[in-house]
Design a protein around this ligand. Structure first.
Ligand code: GLY
Ligand code: MN
Ligand code: MN
Length: 437
């Protein structure tokens, strides 16, 4: 468990924003995999951000109207018979101590306490995520509380997403978060290098996945931050290819989009390299277009620039490059105007990254693209995907390339978390050549 003060500071910030509102939050539910077997447990990101609590079966109330005990954690009580199967549970006293709670109560007391807290609140904030049962309960209770309002006056008007406050907070990463993200990146970096080193034609894609994911876990990550994409040849033109079951062929490029989750934080890295260690001329041409755009976008990322400006720059450079190498015909202006580039580039340049790989936070404010600020973390991931059925020049068919780095906006510009992950053609060829000699 990290320093509980980190989470306390966040709750205090939240309380300032809520005024007389109350946050009533449920931890993520456990998900059944088959019969009586469950998926590995992963806490809800907002819940974790505010509490640091990672165990299943929890809930919390953060209530500025309760001045003596603003933070109550509700947890599974100790139960020796159950603990034999699923592991030790902290006592309520230990929970209070470790998580800096004002009190810890049995989860069975959650609904009653929530009802009580609601009656005194001007507004109720809760997590509007995948836990429908919790949301229905909140609505039922709100209806109950509202029933008394006609005579008592006041009372909460409705339910609001906790995200309306917390996602804005999560968008700006602090030192503690930045250090964890760097660790997630470092582990992922080593795994990408390993994949390049062991790759030879004839392996299955899943064998590279295994090398990488075993490295994640070996180094203390909880596993992949998202389902790993290991896509060779034409498979790399499917954006979310996750089958990873094809045999890697000589002459293929391999696109690997895989990264670790470390202490709840994601990295998100894509590298594309030749199965046999040498880029062909058409592969080089396409790769160079993407690399040039990617580097230019990273160089332009600094406070004051908007997210949309980065995308516009990326798009223009990709389109100019595609015209130059004969993949697209026409002028860049026409191609952008008619969006005909979408045959080959069909996603955005990047996304926020943090506790969720596609992290929370608005990309637009008041109808305008968000201006970058120090502490924001996002990916820059241009790509070009030419599937084998396309009517592109034959030399480019069956090639998918993406290059993805993770960027932190700093006071004066940015820091590239993934700077050291090889992406120059010469670097990749040298690394792979050395591994094979
Ligand atoms: N790995 C998912 C993405 O790049 O957005
Ligand atoms: Mn990404
Ligand atoms: Mn990715």
């Amino acid at each position: 468990m990290n320093n509980p003060n980190i989470y306390k500071d966040r709750r205090e910030k939240l309380m300032q924003s809520m005024g007389k509102g109350v946050a009533i939050l449920k931890g993520a539910p456990q998900q059944t995999r088959t019969n009586d077997t469950e998926y590995p447990y992963r806490q809800d990101s907002d819940f974790f951000y505010l509490t640091g609590y990672v165990e299943p079966g929890a809930a919390c109330i953060i209530d500025p109207n309760n001045q003596d005990q603003p933070f109550t954690l509700f947890v599974l009580p100790q139960d020796p018979k159950k603990e034999v199967w699923t592991g030790w549970r902290l006592s309520f006293e230990e929970t209070v101590q470790q998580y800096g709670a004002d009190q810890a109560l049995d989860i069975t007391e959650f609904n009653n306490s929530a009802l009580k807290a609601m009656t005194q609140a001007s507004n109720v904030y809760t997590n509007l995520n995948h836990d429908r049962e919790h949301q229905h309960k909140m609505l039922d209770q709100l209806r109950q509380v509202r029933g008394a309002v006609q005579r008592s006056g006041g009372g909460p008007e409705g339910l609001q997403s906790i995200g309306s406050i917390v996602h804005n907070m999560r968008l700006i990463k602090d030192e503690h978060e930045i250090a964890i993200i760097q660790k997630a990146v470092d582990i992922s970096h080593e795994a990408h290098v390993k994949a390049m080193q062991v790759c030879i034609p004839g392996l299955h894609e899943y064998q590279l996945q295994a090398v990488m994911e075993s490295h994640f876990v070996f180094e203390g990550a909880s596993g992949p931050a998202y389902t790993s994409i290991v896509a060779s040849g034409d498979n790399a033109t499917v954006l979310h290819y996750i089958k990873n079951d094809a045999v890697i062929k000589d002459g293929d490029l391999i696109l690997i989009d895989a990264a670790a989750e470390y202490e709840m934080y994601a990295a998100d890295i894509t590298r594309t390299f030749p199965a046999n260690g040498k880029f062909s001329e058409p592969q080089k041409a396409l790769y160079s277009v993407i690399l040039k755009a990617q580097k230019a976008v990273i160089a332009a990322a600094k406070p004051g620039v908007t997210f949309q400006e980065l995308h516009d720059l990326d798009l223009r450079l990709l389109v100019e490059g595609m015209v130059e190498i004969g993949l697209l015909e026409g002028t860049p202006d026409e191609i952008i105007e008619t969006a005909s580039y979408q045959d080959y580039f069909m996603h955005k340049t990047g996304h926020w990254m943090g506790l969720d790989v596609h992290d929370m936070g608005m990309y637009m404010l008041d109808g305008k693209s968000r201006v970058l600020e120090p502490g924001m973390v996002f990916t820059v991931e241009p790509g070009i995907y030419v599937n084998s059925n396309s009517d592109a020049p034959e030399r480019y068919r069956g090639i998918g390339i993406r290059i993805e780095d993770d960027i932190l906006i700093t006071e004066n510009g940015n820091k590239n978390f993934t700077e050291a992950v090889p992406k120059e053609i010469s670097e990749i060829e040298a690394l792979m050549g050395k591994a094979k000699s």
